[in-house]
Design a protein around this ligand. Structure first.
Ligand code: KG4
Ligand code: ZN
Length: 312
């Protein structure tokens, strides 16, 4: 069978990324230009600045990806692009670029849902095996998804309010930590003790999640301590927060695997980089004989290689 080369484009938030992926599983080359340093001083992504930054970067990234892969547009078979969800202005830049290349070259344009991309990041490690449960944990999503075949997504649970990555970033902000806060909270969580009495977030019999309650409870503890003039033990807040969040996510994920009679578990999205979550899932999978797979750390956060994998 002829190899299929995909030029993939991702611009849904604050990363301008392109990748060339062969047959949905071999990453030939990837370029990711992150805007984190630009948004850091605002404590979060500023949509208008993000769109303008994509405009400035995208043609440079396009030149760079072909140089890095030592290929040209003639070697490409399909164009994959994130069509949503994401920041509308940011998405438009990647989409417009992809549509233009497709129009000029006549090569097919494949629209990819951003979360399908996160799920298919796992295909870059090893081909997905079905049926599977995908745990999607990112800055915008917290979902449990059942898949019995390629590109068939049945959502069995979702967050009712904040996404888990969003809760991490907001807790980091109240603690005065940098953006994005998830990786910093994760780092501190491994240095502290579980001393703060935080609630377990939506520890019930559904597959849904809710993180706004634990976020507010964390805010209250921090405010109260500040008002009393007490020192906040940042590491201990992070440990207490992470333990509660990981406990509930892991519990619901393994219950879903059991109830659906599924042996394959994959993790997707930026929070899949979380060390505490990875460790807890690895231990649980080992105990239960579950076949667990993760994307590489650089494929957990936004990148175009995952879009190329899904487009194929
Ligand atoms: O998937 P992603 O790059 O973008 C979205 O599609 O949302 O996820 C970004 C999110 C941010 O909220 C970031 O703080 C979080 O992933 N994140 C982490 C870690 N690394 C990234 N959260 C917790 N622990 C981490 N190690
Ligand atoms: Zn993402």
């Amino acid at each position: 069978m002829k190899d299929i080369y995909c030029l993939a484009i991702e611009s849904s938030c604050d990363e301008t990324s392109m990748s060339i992926v062969r047959n949905g599983c071999d990453e030939i080359a990837t370029v990711v230009v992150s805007q984190i340093d630009i948004h850091k001083k605002f404590g979060g992504v500023v949509p208008e600045i993000a769109s303008r930054s994509h405009i400035e970067t995208i043609t440079i990234v396009l030149d760079e990806i072909f140089k890095k892969a030592n290929m040209s547009i003639d070697d490409i078979d399909i164009i994959g692009v994130t069509y949503g969800p994401g920041l509308i202005g940011s998405l438009l830049i990647g989409l417009q670029c992809a549509k233009t290349i497709s129009l000029v070259t006549g090569k097919p344009l494949i629209p990819v849902h951003h979360i399908a991309g996160h799920i298919y990041a796992n295909n870059l490690e090893k081909r997905l095996e079905f049926p599977l449960i995908a745990l999607v944990v990112s800055g915008g999503h917290t979902d449990l998804v059942y898949m019995d075949k390629d590109y068939s997504f049945k959502k069995i649970g979702s967050t009712l309010d904040d996404a888990v990555g969003e809760a991490y970033d907001k807790v980091a902000k109240i603690l005065g930590l940098d953006y994005p806060g998830g990786p910093i909270v994760d780092k501190y969580a491994h240095m502290g003790k579980d001393t703060y009495d935080l609630p377990y977030p939506l520890d019930d019999n559904t597959y849904n999640f809710s993180f706004s309650g634990i976020k507010s409870a964390t805010f209250n503890i921090v405010h109260n301590e500040r008002q009393r003039g007490n020192n906040i033990r940042i590491e201990d807040v992070c440990t207490s927060f992470q333990n509660r969040v990981v406990h509930v996510i892991v519990k619901k994920t393994f219950r879903a695997l059991q109830e659906y009679g599924v042996k394959n578990l994959i993790i997707a999205g930026g929070v899949a980089a979380n060390k505490g979550l990875r460790e807890a899932l690895m231990n649980g999978a080992k105990e239960r004989g579950i076949n667990l797979s993760f994307p590489k750390i650089e494929h957990c956060t936004d990148n175009a290689a995952m879009i190329g994998a899904a487009a194929y």
